[in-house]
Design a binder for this molecule. Sequence first.
Ligand code: BTN
Length: 324
Amino acid sequence: MKNKIIDILKRQNGNWISGEALCRELGVSRTAVWKHIRGLREGGYDIEARANLGYRLLGSPDVPFPAEVASGLSTVFTGRRIEYFRDLPSTNAEAKNLAREGCAEGTVVIAECQNGGRGRMGRSWFSPGNKGLWFSIVLRPPVNPVETPQVTMVAAVAVATALREHAGVPAGIKWPNDILLEGKKVCGILVELNAEADRVDFMVAGIGLNVNISRDEFPPEIRDIATSLQIESGRPVSRVPLLRALLESFEKWYGCWLEQGFAPVLKKWRELCITLDCPVTVHTMKESFSGHALDVDDTGALLVRTEDGAIQRLIAGEVSLRKK
Ligand code: BTN
């Protein structure tokens, strides 16, 4: 109901709509409308109410409410359904629940704050309220499950290009899909898969982007390795237009991958990658070793020359840069 009210108020372009017209369009009583208007005001909407004129919208909060994100969103399916929560354990977990219930591809789950945010390799993800974009996109790609690791790279290309084009920051990719600014992590991506042997049931691409977190707000253990758009650009960044740009970029690169295959995505990924031809330390679930990151192969696996000259092909894990 609240979304509908915002939709109607937005359509008036700052002009008044009478209480009577609003009630008629919504099919509810004046008291009900007033109750919802009060709720919207509490959520940060600036709505003026006058006895003989009705209501008009003066300002909207920079909160990724579905109605905010939807207005001006140019995607076909990504974010056409958005489920917004004030807090959740993890948007990936909630997106998987919705996917199991059969939700459409492109459904987005977003939480203002996550109290059990999950990162790669079993780590947790710092997700404080009102300062980031913590969201997950449900995908149903008609591909063989062996091709699904490519989606992590699709997502990395989508995020890095959106940050460059929309926020004007020099975002780079660290294999396979960390997004860095000035060598520090600004965004992490966790892609999860639910599949049978030869068929993908669904995937969930979870994206955690540090938007307006200040250095002091990061926990001490990640303060030196994490950053935010606000820190790097020196000003707060509006989250709603940024989320729209991310969803649009995601749909563009995901569509490119489905229609043209992995090659164009990989080409862009290589252009954006800042950890190729570099000395690295590799961390897998089993071991850590030093080497030189040479390239990625056609499947997205990282090729690392180890100190004894052998070439290791990595399909999972993490790298950290060593000084040259
Ligand atoms: C990483 O370790 O780099 C991946 C971090 C992914 C975090 C995001 S935040 C939204 C989504 N929900 C989660 O629980 N995790 C992902």
